[in-house]
Design a protein around this ligand. Structure first.
Ligand code: ATP
Ligand code: MG
Ligand code: ZN
Length: 571
């Protein structure tokens, strides 16, 4: 017997064999059982997820000599012919090949006649969105007054391209992409039937590469069997698919963790020299980082992971090295790089840039933590309560600068010190009196910051995200009345207002406030305009920068000097 490709050989023949589309198959089974099959259906969804297969099963269910039945016999002439695609009463039309004009014309002719032999005349139109306007019009007329015992199934990957007039006359089922585990299991099942052995890693590589399409998975499996024979080995399959060994992904993550830019670049060089497609590799690495993010957020047992059991322990170990924020940023960088690489003349540069960003962004993250800490968003209560702490806090014993030893002082708990104290302890050049004035300006807001409700908001915000929490820090005042919360910020903290005005952050802040205040609230974030009228605007940007806690912290931490200050708000 000639070789039959696996996807064909294992095409499901009854509803219950269709994987991953349970909701749809159950609904159709019910319709068949209760004699409530509609005249028109739209089956939409990605490539190779079971649309045509399900349409044929529906046709068999209606036309089987034992039918209507939800388990067609597969033996009778109707069942056999439908499976082979040559039934007298089931027409499969491929709208993509000649855009269907002739077929639809013919369809309009034939549809008027009763089925030749079987109970139903079934038209399965593949790639239905490719039909011409004329063909759609013809089809519409038929759907408006469907002849008795006729059934149309429009299969399409792009349902939005179907005219709404057609859509409104059909029942619409949208087929989902299959997830990694479903594909993996199906591959295992097929191999078992074929009596072929495989490494878990080999199956995993195929399942990942299929990206949700079972047909693609089975076609890849065909290739793999053709080139390997009775045993599929991971190394070989990965080479065949152009997928890098998982060890490379692990090493790359480790290099990023170690901040080793050299090693990262060497890896890219090696892959390129070995002929791996870098765009494809970027996709793989994105998937790996996504897995890390999932392992971090949902734990290594999560079924959202696209990974075989055996690799989960390594993944969990790696995830430990990063914060959720790190991983979210990596994910974002890679997704962007993937898009950009598609159009880049030299995709390698794009990939290198993305990976270098990942190496360096962690240093920025620790800076963010440092700032969060200095701005006092590390409430003692939260720490005691075991709330999540910033990953990389600067140690309190950091040697700040020769001679001067000011301990890090959370604004919240430190009393405002007299100006002379500040001067003697401060390593920066002498300050203008306005600076002291500004410090005392802060007194009222400090007192307000002792409001236990605001404390609670800050504490909850801290648990949500460090960035959100450090934005709440420079608040100069707040008000809560009639379900409205207003936060005021001074002009030089307009960055916080900008940040908190972004929809996503507002949403976070709103839920934090609602929780802290025990009721739904509206949020307003505004610049304190009282401040605008103050003479402090005379203060030079440099002086203001020098007096800024954040700048001060950076200067100390990195032992650098302030060279130039540009006031962006005036540009
Ligand atoms: N949900 C599924 N369960 C089991 N096998 C499936 C499923 N989806 C696809 N297959 C396998 O893939 C092959 C192709 O499936 P099918 O023709 O139904 O895909 P399709 O959704 O119509 O794709 P296309 O949009 O490319 O026409 C089937 O023969 C079968 O082996
Ligand atoms: Mg199809
Ligand atoms: Zn039958």
């Amino acid at each position: 017997m000639s070789y039959q490709v696996i996807a064909r050989k294992y095409r499901p023949q009854v509803f219950d064999e269709v994987a991953g589309q349970r909701l749809i198959t159950d609904t159709l089974k019910n319709a068949v059982l209760h004699n409530r099959v509609a005249h028109g259906y739209i089956f939409s969804g990605g490539r190779g997820v079971g649309k045509t297969t399900t349409a044929r099963i529906l046709a068999k269910s209606l036309n089987c000599t034992k039918g209507p039945t939800v388990s067609p016999c597969g033996e009778c002439p109707s069942c056999r012919e439908i499976a082979q695609g040559n039934s007298v009463d089931v027409f499969e039309i491929d709208a993509a090949s000649n855009r269907g004009i002739d077929e639809i014309r013919e369809l309009r002719e034939t549809v008027r006649y009763l089925p030749a032999r079987d109970p139903y005349k079934v038209f399965i139109i593949d790639e239905a969105h490719m039909l011409t306007t004329e063909a759609f019009n013809a089809l519409l007329k038929t759907l408006e007054e469907p002849p008795a015992r006729s059934l149309f199934v429009l299969c399409t990957t792009e349902p939005h391209k179907l005219p709404t007039t057609i859509q409104s006359r059909c029942q619409h089922f949208s087929f989902r992409l299959l997830d990694y585990a479903e594909i993996f299991d199906r591959l295992k099942w097929v191999l078992n039937k074929e009596q072929i052995e495989a490494d878990e890693g080999a199956l995993s590589a195929v399942a990942e590469a299929a990206e949700g399409s079972l047909r693609d998975a089975l076609s890849l499996l065909d290739q793999a069997i053709a080139s390997s024979g009775k045993r599929l080995e991971e190394v070989h399959i990965r080479q065949l698919l152009g997928v890098v060994p998982s060890r490379v992904l692990v090493e790359l993550v480790e290099a990023i963790d170690a901040g080793n830019a050299g090693q990262v670049l060497e890896t890219v060089g090696r892959l390129s020299a070995e002929g791996y497609e870098l765009n494809h590799f970027c996709g793989e690495f994105t998937r790996y980082i996504r897995n890390l993010a999932v392992a971090k957020s949902c734990g290594p047992a999560s079924n959202l992971l696209q990974l075989p059991e055996g690799e989960r322990a390594v993944l969990a170990g790696l995830a430990e090295q990063f914060s959720e924020e790190d991983l979210a940023r990596f994910f974002q960088i890679l997704i962007r790089a993937e898009g950009e690489m598609r159009y880049a003349l030299n995709p390698r540069f794009q990939l290198e840039l993305a990976l270098l960003k990942m190496v360096h962004i962690r240093k920025l993250t620790s800076l963010e933590n440092l700032l969060a800490d200095l701005r006092g968003s590390r409430p003692a209560e939260a720490l005691k309560a075991g709330t999540k702490q910033p990953e990389r806090l600067p140690s309190p014993s950091v040697d700040f600068k020769k001679g001067a030893q000011p301990p890090p002082r959370p604004i919240r708990s430190a009393p405002v010190r007299p100006a002379n104290d500040q001067q003697s302890a401060d390593p920066l050049p002498s300050r203008s009196p306005e600076v002291t004035e500004q410090s005392s300006d802060r007194i009222p807001s400090l007192q307000k910051a002792d409001d236990p409700r605001l404390d609670k908001i800050k504490r909850l915000a801290f648990g949500q995200s460090k960035l959100l929490s450090s934005c709440l820090d420079p608040i100069t005042g707040w008000r809560f009345e009639n379900g409205e919360v207003r936060f005021l910020f001074s002009k030089n903290n307009s960055w916080a207002v900008d940040f908190l005005s972004a929809r996503e952050q507002q949403e976070k802040l709103r839920s934090v406030c609602a929780e802290a205040l025990g009721q739904p609230v509206k949020i307003y974030v505004t610049l304190d305009d009282r401040e605008g009228s103050e003479p402090k605007t005379r203060r030079s940007a440099r002086v203001r920068a020098e007096s800024d806690q954040g700048v001060e912290a950076i200067v100390k931490k990195f032992q650098c000097t302030l060279v130039d200050v540009i006031d962006l708000s005036r540009e």
